[in-house]
Design a protein around this ligand. Structure first.
Ligand SMILES: [Zn+2]
Length: 62
């Protein structure tokens, strides 16, 4: 295997890892809701849950 090929693979893996980290951070921040009623912080799937699982209050949509 060429050294150049190894360098390309290393760069590709590094970029993919960084992209995955950024993606996971953005998704994690997007999915976190804080209940306006009880203050419970919740992780919500995309458009799945729109109510607090603790007190049942609907999340405010901005
Ligand atoms: Zn709540």
């Amino acid at each position: 295997m060429n050294f150049i090929v190894f360098v390309y693979i290393a760069i590709g893996i590094t970029l993919a890892f960084l992209a995955m980290l950024l993606y996971m951070r953005s998704v994690a921040s997007r999915q976190q809701h804080v209940c306006p009623v009880c203050g419970e912080r919740q992780t919500v799937e995309l458009m799945d849950a729109k109510r607090c699982s603790q007190c049942g209050a609907p999340f405010a949509n901005d």
